[in-house]
Write a protein that binds this ligand. Structure first.
Ligand code: AP5
Length: 238
């Protein structure tokens, strides 16, 4: 393993006694965001989606957003040093002291090494990696059919989980959008990036005994039940 002394490590020095880190690992469209929202609610933990953080920076036209935008438009990963700096800032917020749910992080071996370093140095309770296993043929339909609520990020699918009213969120009435990178040509790049850069994390976490495979082809509620069975052994629902 690399001797990691990256940005994440430096930024978090001195933060002691963090709670558990739950990591949702899986390809685009596996259901990471859908399940992360539910886990966050069940265990009262913040949901840390690096994709959402980048989209927020793009909307606010920050320096970070301007760097990430062209890469995301092509379905490529944002460089590690940008990602870990952003994650470090977020984890330093007080609401993360009792743990957090990562959705889309780590996504490279370097990011995983950085996180492992932090976990050791800052006495993170434990790292739980939920590997969302899905047949690749399902992913294109899940992603092209996805619609997202603009107010709170509630996730729908026009084929399998449609809203009651077309393009309107059932829960808060806000408009639903189709993500710019959910077009077929960009999805191909995102899946290729996953296979090349993120898939190696399955072995990485298996070797460390941290990986729990989850059948992410089951219905949304069944997936939540399976995840809850694992997490309830480690954390109390709140
Ligand atoms: P990010 O926003 O993280 O996107 P992603 O990983 O491609 O994942 P998605 O959000 O597309 O899918 P998901 O697994 O969350 O599925 P969802 O629950 O929505 O990243 C975007 C970009 O940001 C990257 O390409 C990269 O450029 C950059 N980036 C982000 N993090 C980075 C990092 N760490 N390093 C470098 N770059 C980074 O579900 C999908 C659809 O399926 C929905 O319609 C949903 O309703 C449906 N669905 C979900 N579960 C089920 C089910 N069980 N049954 C049926 N339908 C289901």
């Amino acid at each position: 393993m690399a001797d990691v002394t990256g940005d994440l490590g430096r930024c978090l020095e001195g933060v002691q006694g963090l709670g558990h880190a739950v990591i949702l690992l899986g390809p685009p469209g596996a259901g990471k965001g859908t399940q992360a929202q539910r886990i966050a609610q069940r265990y009262s933990l913040p949901h840390l989606s690096t994709g959402d953080m980048f989209r927020d920076n793009i909307d606010r036209d920050t320096d970070l957003g301007r760097k990430a935008k062209p890469l995301m438009e092509r379905g490529q990963l944002v460089p590690d040093e940008i990602v870990v700096g952003m994650v470090a800032d977020r984890i330093n917020q007080p609401d993360c002291a009792k743990g957090f749910v990562f959705d889309g992080f780590p996504r490279t071996l370097q990011q995983a090494d950085d996180l492992e370093h932090i976990a050791k140095r800052n006495q993170l309770g434990c790292t739980i990696v939920l590997h969302m296993v899905v047949n690749p043929e399902l992913l294109m339909r899940r992603l092209t059919g996805r619609r997202i609520c603009t107010a709170a990020g509630h996730i729908y699918n026009i084929y399998q989980r449609p809203p009651r009213r077309d393009s309107v969120c059932d829960l808060d009435g806000s408009p639903l959008i189709h993500r710019a990178d959910d077009s077929e040509d960009v999805i191909g790049g995102r899946l290729a990036a996953y296979d090349k850069q993120t898939q190696p994390l399955v072995k990485y976490y298996t070797l460390r005994g941290l990986l729990s495979p989850i059948d992410a082809m089951a219905g949304v509620d069944a997936v939540t039940e399976n995840i809850s069975r694992i997490l309830d052994g480690v954390m109390a629902p709140r």
